[in-house]
Write a protein that binds this ligand. Structure first.
Ligand code: GLU
Length: 489
């Protein structure tokens, strides 16, 4: 059984701000309330606001796979939130907790993220209701391939239509299976088939730096905020060195963000919190060692480089300068929002604050860097991968040697003119012609910095917007509205 349906948007009248005492929000309601709140600051033609908020379609599929001598049924979804730009883009998560509403909320966030960062994509998201830990690798491969067949049949995967990517519970391996399955089903278009998903392994058309991209983007978001003289920094401090950071969630995003902020910027990751508890070290946790321990034992608890505290969600309430929720949606709600201690919350996860939590934190003067900006690094580097697949040429290939030769010539000229030798520490960086990873990082940093300016400039010129999230929503929705008006729908 399968079908499309469309869910109604916010339960609030459009163009009005939600009152403070609204009932507890689900994830989708939270996103829709943020949408509705932001719409109140935009002067949109009648009906357009509703058109933009509404998820265009959600495809639900139930399919069977014969495994372990019997038939097992699986349920999956792919939501297309907005096709104002195509292809539509967004990850696919494998989790036992998935449902259609969550997928629609995530798809809406993808529309906003792509618009805010000016990527040429609409928003989409998918999920398969499955606990990957319950299945062997060959079983997961068969299930993933069957799901891909369903998506292919419906035009819900394809380089120009809909381009999935990794999300919670999926990674390079699943993306390689999906790309291969799609290519088999489309032999006539095999030349572009690799661009049907992003986040693939390098050997299968992936791009350097995609796995770390979301965490890297979180780091650039923190830099952009701290270095902007218009912000108060963190208690006036503008250097990440020695800032105390709590990271909730030690998956791909939490791990990479913690790693870069501590190893490269000198911040102290004083707490890492996971579902089963937290590890604490006021002097800063050694993130690489913690990762090794996590891989070996399956838990962060018991790590020798810190004190382990089992159970609870208390990590979010530990004293710190910056709190980085990097796990699930709704981690901070009206229940615990008043007990968080950070001056700055950096939303590395999608939707970690409910609408109500966001209001409570705002009243307390806590600054929140919103998810649609902070975690956009993944889809930005996905965009680079998609372009690489479609152009069939690695980034930098045509000019690397030429640039190296030119830089050599400049270095030599400088040495001759000054009589000094080029400082050894700078030499390699200056002479190097730009590997793919360097170009990816440079491109990502550029997008994160310019997007920050876009948000901060808008808030500066329209202080009535009140916070960075509303400014980001207003910027993103303004672009979507312009696209809708231009195409006349
Ligand atoms: N799943 C990631 C996200 O939520 C990446 C999406 C993509 O690369 O398309 O942003």
């Amino acid at each position: 059984m399968q079908g499309f349906h469309s869910r109604l948007p916010a339960d609030l009248p459009l163009g009005e701000s939600a009152p403070m005492n609204t009932p507890r929000s689900s994830f989708l309601q939270s996103v829709n309330r943020h949408f509705t709140h932001a719409m109140g600051f935009l002067d949109l033609p009648e009906g357009l606001a509703e058109r933009i908020i509404q998820c265009n379609s959600t495809y639900t599929v139930h399919f069977g796979v014969r495994l372990r001598g019997r038939m097992y049924s699986f349920t999956g979804w792919r939501s297309v939130h907005s096709e104002h730009r195509e292809p539509v883009k967004g990850g696919i998560r494998f989790t036992p907790h998935a449902d259609a509403e969550e997928v629609e909320a995530l798809a809406a966030l993808m529309t906003l993220k792509c618009s805010l960062t000016d990527l040429p994509f609409g928003g989409s998201k998918g999920a398969l209701k499955i606990d990957p830990a319950q299945w062997t690798q060959p079983e997961l491969e068969r299930i993933t391939r069957r799901f891909t067949q369903e998506l292919t049949k419906r035009g819900l995967i394809g380089p120009g239509l809909n381009v999935p990517a990794p999300d919670m519970g999926t990674g390079e391996r699943e993306m390689a299976w999906m790309a291969d399955e799609f290519r088999r089903a489309n032999p006539a278009d095999a030349i572009h088939a690799r661009a049907c998903v992003t986040g693939k392994p390098l050997s299968k058309g992936g791009i350097a730096g995609r796995t770390e991209a979301t965490g890297r983007g979180v780091q650039y978001a923190v830099h952009s905020y701290l270095q902007d003289a218009r912000t108060p920094g963190v208690g006036g401090r503008r250097d990440p060195e020695n800032l105390r950071i709590v990271v909730q969630g030690f998956g791909n995003v939490g791990y990479h963000a913690a790693k870069f902020l501590s190893e490269e910027d000198g911040a102290l990751i004083t707490v890492v919190a996971e579902r089963d508890g937290q590890v604490v070290n006021p002097q800063g946790l050694a993130i690489e060692e913690l990762k090794r321990h996590h891989l070996k034992t399956g838990s962060i608890l018991g790590f020798e480089g810190g004190e382990s505290v089992a159970g609870g969600s208390g990590g979010l309430e530990q004293p710190c300068d910056i709190l980085i929720p990097a796990a699930m949606e709704n981690a901070i709600s009206e229940e615990n929002a008043a007990r968080t201690k950070a001056a700055l919350i950096v939303e590395a996860a999608n939707g970690p604050l409910t609408f109500e939590a966001d209001r409570i934190l705002r009243q307390r003067g806590v600054i929140v860097l919103p998810d649609l900006y902070v975690n956009a690094g993944g889809v930005v580097v996905s965009y680079f991968e998609w372009v690489k697949n479609l152009t069939h040429i690695p980034f930098g290939l045509m000019e690397r040697r030429r640039r190296e030769r030119r830089n050599h010539a400049i270095a030599e000229a400088l040495e001759q003119m000054t009589g000094n030798t080029f400082p050894a520490g700078m030499r390699d960086g200056f002479l190097e012609g730009g590997r793919e990873i360097d170009l990816v990082r440079s491109g990502l940093e550029d997008v994160m910095r310019s997007t920050w300016s876009r948000i901060a400039d808008l808030l500066e010129s329209r202080p009535e917007l009140g916070d960075y999230r509303t400014a980001a929503y207003v910027a993103a929705i303004g672009e979507i509205a312009a696209a809708y008006e231009a195409i006349g729908i």
